[in-house]
Structure formats: C-alpha cells, structure tokens
Design a binder for this molecule. Structure first.
Ligand SMILES: Nc1ncnc2c1ncn2[C@@H]1O[C@H](COP(=O)(O)OP(=O)(O)OP(=O)(O)O)[C@@H](O)[C@H]1O
Length: 122
C-alpha cells in the first residue's frame, strides 16, 4: 500500500503550487505587471515620504487586495475561456463582473493613495 504523505509534505506541496501560480501570473498577465510596477513606485514613495506604520499597513493591504483580486479575475477568465471558448453573452457578463470587482478595489486603492500622499506632496 502506498504510504500517505504527511500533512506537512502536503502543505509544502500546496505552497509550491501556489508559488508557481504566482510566477505564472507575474510572467503572463499584463495587468499584474502594471500593478507590480505601481507597487514598486508606491513602495519607494512610502520610504521617501516616511509614511507612518498605519499608512504602511493600509498601503500593503490595498496592494495585496488589488493584486490577489487580479489573480482571481485571471483565474475566472481562464475558466470562462475553457468552458466556453466561443462568444457568449453570459461569458461576457461573467468576465465583466470579475473585472469590475478588481476595478472597485483599484478605485479605493487610488483614493487611499490620495489620502496618504496628497497632503505630503502639497
Ligand atoms: N467569450 C466571450 N464572450 C463574450 N464576451 C467576451 C468573451 N471573451 C471576452 N469577452 C469580452 O471581452 C472582455 C475582455 O475579455 P478578455 O478575456 O480579453 O480579458 P482582458 O480584459 O483582456 O483581461 P486581461 O487583460 O486581464 O487578460 C470581457 O470583459 C468581455 O466583455
């Protein structure tokens, strides 16, 4: 009988798959690349303007939220293309709604960036 792999080994494998997924996103998704550039710029801005601990936490939370939602949006796009590669109104709706979810987070992230940086710049 094949020996069952331990809980720890399975968890480590899952982390490996998740890491692979993250690399695929970074390598293949244009929007993730753009968001990564914004992340780098905003991180430099954080150090330059010496933002507070709370501001760092909010900034990091928004970066995490936008990028992980973008990853989910990509996964939904892949599922949609896989189950129905041809044009369909419903597929259009599914993709638009998924993209809309990322957009909401991106708008809030932009407003938060404004709240943090506008008073520091002007
Ligand atoms: N099979 C389809 N049927 C109907 N509408 C579609 C279909 N595929 C895409 N669309 C429409 O085109 C839009 C863009 O879809 P697409 O899959 O090209 O994503 P994208 O915006 O290029 O995303 P990304 O830049 O993250 O890859 C969708 O939001 C939807 O409105």
């Amino acid at each position: 009988m094949q020996k069952k792999e331990s809980f720890i080994v399975n968890r480590l494998k899952s982390i490996g798959f998740a890491f692979k997924g993250m690399l695929i996103l970074i390598k293949t998704e244009a929007s993730i690349k753009v968001q990564l550039c914004i992340t780098i710029v905003i991180t430099f801005a954080g150090f330059y303007f010496e933002i507070s601990k709370t501001e760092w936490m909010v900034q990091l939370a928004m970066i995490g939220l936008v990028m992980s939602l973008e990853g989910m949006n990509t996964a939904i796009e892949h599922i949609a293309d896989f189950i129905h590669p041809e044009y369909h109104k419903k597929i259009g709706l599914i993709k638009d709604v998924a993209a809309g979810a990322v957009f909401i987070a991106a708008i809030i992230a932009t407003i938060i960036a404004g709240i943090i940086y506008v008073p520091k710049i002007f």
